[in-house]
Design a protein around this ligand. Structure first.
Ligand code: AMP
Length: 314
């Protein structure tokens, strides 16, 4: 969170918008832009863009740097990144089509508020798993360049103006990128799924089941996981529960704190499916690694029921 402490008065002002308004108030009448456009509609657009930034974009941008969820109100990084891109779409719809600034010919608080965040977003977004970015964006091919993948034409034109024709914005960008690169040199992003530990394991047949490219007998589906009957059942009821996005989870052994929400969600789904199948007693198994009999390297829970089991398992 940005904070301003002035030399002559040790009171701290925090939150970007409060800092901006404090500086504008304090230096009112000084040379330089007022950040308060001359047209009423531009002023309103600036207010809305600032609220959009503070209420919807700010709280989810943690998905680009925090090691574990929650990311805003989202339990997985990919969901949060999709929402972030959706919110950039809202900013696109609010931006002035003529520019060069977000609200038209005069620079406004919206430019001052959104620009530093956009420097961060455009620097970080391309690091994440291409399937996350590609699914969220409109392009079929994975947009490795976040500016192209996540910004619409108005925001792109604004971005081009700010980063090539506005010396103050260019200075701010180089300060922020310099800081991010210094962090990067110290492996700051290494633990982040996508940014540091991209899922590069081969895709499995479960991806084809998720995409409905091969048939399966599905018994349950929600936003995070789906469940279908095992093709080779070892009990009267044998259902597999899998996350729809593997996100590095080839098996349970790959789990990190980042996966806590997905894993918890799958356990609850297993209980729901067991109830749905009328099972009071059941067994839940996950095989991790070839010597534990794992054959498909996309995390899955085996829900087994409808017969008596023995212990210890073989
Ligand atoms: P595991 O051996 O623990 O990796 O479990 C993989 C499970 O996937 C096995 O129980 C297989 O019978 C099951 N399986 C493989 N192909 C399919 C398929 N096309 N539809 C449903 N289940 C499958």
């Amino acid at each position: 969170m940005p904070m301003l402490v002035e030399d002559e008065n040790d009171k701290a002002v925090w939150e970007s918008d409060a800092i901006c308004r404090h500086i504008l108030d304090r230096y009112a009448g000084s040379p330089g832009p007022t950040f308060w456009p001359s047209s009423a509609s531009a002023r309103t657009a600036s207010e809305v863009l600032c609220r959009l930034h503070d209420a919807y974009i700010g709280p989810i941008q943690g998905c680009l740097y925090k090691p574990m969820p929650p990311f805003g109100r989202f339990g997985t990084r990919s969901e949060a990144i999709r929402e972030l891109i959706a919110q950039l779409g809202v900013a696109e719809s609010l931006a002035d089509p003529e520019g060069p600034f977000l609200t038209g010919p005069d620079i406004s608080l919206a430019d001052a508020t959104l620009f530093p965040t956009m420097v961060f977003i455009t620097h970080m977004l391309p690091k994440f798993d291409e399937t996350i970015v590609a699914k969220a964006g409109s392009a079929d091919s994975a947009p490795r360049d976040a500016a192209a993948g996540a910004l619409g034409p108005r925001l792109l034109a604004w971005w081009a103006h700010m980063t090539s024709a506005d010396p103050e914005a260019m200075r701010i960008k180089s300060e922020i990128v310099g800081g991010l690169e210094a962090w990067e040199a110290r492996d700051r992003w290494a633990p982040l799924l996508g940014a540091g530990t991209r899922d590069e394991a081969e895709r499995t047949l479960f991806d084809k089941i998720i995409a409905r490219e091969i048939p399966s007998e599905m018994v349950y589906e929600d936003d995070v996981c789906l469940a279908f009957r095992d093709i080779n059942p070892v009990a009267p009821t044998h259902i597999l529960i899998i996350p729809k996005e593997r996100e590095g989870l080839a098996g349970l052994g790959a789990a990190t704190a980042e996966h806590a929400a997905t894993l918890g969600h799958m356990m609850v789904a297993a209980a729901t499916v067991a109830k749905q199948e009328g099972l009071e007693d059941f067994r839940l198994v996950t095989n991790n690694g070839a010597s534990a009999c794992q054959s498909v390297f996309h995390l899955h829970l085996h829900l087994l029921g409808g017969r008596d089991f023995t212990w210890p398992p073989g």
